[in-house]
Design a protein around this ligand. Sequence first.
Ligand SMILES: C[S@@+](CC[C@H](N)C(=O)[O-])C[C@H]1O[C@@H](n2cnc3c(N)ncnc32)[C@H](O)[C@@H]1O
Length: 502
Amino acid sequence: MTRSWNSGYVADVAYVEGFYVQQSPARMALACLTGNVAVDLPEPDDAACYLELGCGCGIGALLTAAANPNWQVTAIDYNPAHIAIGAGLARAARLDNIRFLEADLAQLAASSMADSIPAADFVSMHGLWSWVGSEVRAGIVKLLGAKTRPGALVHISYNALPAWQGAIGLQRLIFEAGRRSSGRSDLQAEAGLALAREVKEAGSKYLTESPLASELLDATAEMSREYLSHEYMSAHWAPAFHADVAAELALAKLEWAASANPLENFPELMLTPEQRAVMDRHTDPVLRELIKDMCLPRQLRHDVFGRGARRLRNVERDAALAQLIVVPVVVPSELQTKIHVPAGMAEMGEPLKTMMAAALRGPARIGDLLALAPGRSNPAELVSVLVGSHQCQLAMRLDGMQPQSADRLNRVLGARVHSLAEAKSMSGLASARLGTGLAASPLVQFVAARLLDGEREDKAAAWIELLGADIVPEKREKVRSIVHAAIEQRVPILRQLRIVPD
Ligand SMILES: C[S@@+](CC[C@H](N)C(=O)[O-])C[C@H]1O[C@@H](n2cnc3c(N)ncnc32)[C@H](O)[C@@H]1O
């Protein structure tokens, strides 16, 4: 493993390419409004600056740039392999509003390179904070202090305590065994995992009795080597309490607003009545979150912070939420009105079911959906259920066609998919309507690129042949059925979002 410039973080294996919807500006805005914090989302044609720290291969930043051609996007990572991949995709898609910067976040704020970074309206840091050491975290805080505008929104994800407590020993065993083994980090992670499995089979009390450690170890069988090496082989990995993250980010004048996972902002869905009663005796947000984290199995937190949080009264918050527009990202036949939540299975009541069904028929304003069920006046609940259950996303702009930048990036992403056997990680497609990406499997990226090139669904047989060419004959039927399911369920959504032509 290279040790010179990487300060203990994995740098010899590129991280998996992925898109995470919590990184989207509209999703950050929803969190703020839910947390009674005012936001100024840019108007459809306004300029804005988006900054991603620890961007990896930069898929989220690329989708943001392609979906918002008037914006300026800066994506920073210290791994030159990641920067080369991201910059290569930007070049191939001829995106001129994104800049990939190779820089170490520990020193960037103090270097002259920082002068060229525009102050950001939106910042995202996914999978960075709890995997890096204190010097890097201090550098991040300095950079955020210098490079966020008043009113900026910041998304940060991190491994959270106390939920991770149950598996800290598992990470340590994989890391310690791995680093004593030779070879690249992915091989080291494999060696560490092999030992952890052996210890579990030998009857380790910890690895069999800690449900989280046991589940995580079993789940590694399905995970990519790249992901596992970054997850387990970082020398400074340390899960964090929300209270500590909030205290560190306060040094950059950032104040916690709410979770970017909308359902988590609803104690009614997350906690039992007894747990809520205890939490509701407290008003301090940090203490309330700590109580929540004591009750929930929340291993990965997605927090949204605001620089200069302007507090809204409930009536102002509800008025702002009622103006939001949701667009469906599933077809009406996929409507789910029972949702798995930590407090159990939540079954929506009739008024909510009516509003949800209407939301899946096409773009809708939250206020108009609420009008379908007189007497219902909780816009935060409605929008959070629709977005948090992954049935809708928020629209950034509804008029106009997709910009050519989005079409170009979507073609580039889809053209890289040649086989279903190779394609694994979820990625995305740029959507100007969403102002971000639509989560999309490699198969859906492939189909979108073909449709953008003028092919129609009647080419499905040829697509199946191509995508299944290296798949054993017994599994070809499966390929056929997933291609047809994608055509029936995903293509209507792609058309509605104008990602592909009618
Ligand atoms: C788990 S990956 C997440 C990547 C990306 N945000 C994503 O979610 O796909 C963490 C990223 O942080 C980068 N990183 C770690 N330490 C860094 C540092 N000191 N300066 C800049 N980037 C760093 C790594 O190279 C890696 O790409």
